[in-house]
Design a protein. Structure first.
Length: 169
């Protein structure tokens, strides 16, 4: 499991018992994970699908406070295509900037590992849609329910948010 960080944040592997779902109201949580209703169900989901799903928690380094989470799902039999999803709590301006840093670190690590990276968001989730687009993701498919996106290194490195943080390995 990859562990990645910069001077301000660090992604750490999720450990059984960590609270995620309860950090959100249920409507917000269902925008991230549509078919899981509790932290107990989340732990069971991760256990049942541990061969294809990995979960990480984003921590602020200054006080080791968890502020967000993300999970990846292998989308093909060869493990070369992954989708990632997640969200953050305490949406202060400072934390929102850290969410961007965290997403950039995660996506860059996945791309550097030779993976194709995708994501999706519910059609009504305009906050996630804008967040994803601003990081350089390309909307390649829309269904009645979801927007689907992809990104590559060139798109990530040319995004304004990447250039703002100048995040590098």
């Amino acid at each position: 499991m990859l562990i990645f960080s910069d001077s301000l944040i660090e992604w750490k592997p999720y450990c059984k018992g960590q609270v995620l779902c309860e950090n959100f109201n249920i409507e917000e949580w269902h925008k991230i994970v549509t078919d899981v209703d509790s932290d107990r169900d989340w732990q069971q989901f991760l256990s049942d699908y541990s061969h294809i799903v990995k979960c990480h928690i984003l921590f602020r380094k200054i006080d080791d406070t968890p502020i967000a989470f993300a999970y990846t799902i292998k989308e093909d039999d060869k493990g070369k295509v992954v989708s990632f999803h997640g969200g953050g709590w305490d949406k202060s301006i400072a934390n929102t900037l850290l969410f961007y840093r965290g997403m950039i670190l995660l996506v860059e690590a996945l791309l550097n590992d030779g993976l194709k990276v995708r994501t999706a968001c519910l059609k009504g989730n305009t906050i996630a849609y804008r967040f994803i687009k601003s990081a350089g993701f390309v909307n390649h498919l829309n269904t009645d329910t979801f927007h689907y996106f992809w990104i590559n290194k060139k798109r990530l490195y040319n995004s304004k948010i990447y250039k703002r943080f100048n995040v590098c390995c």
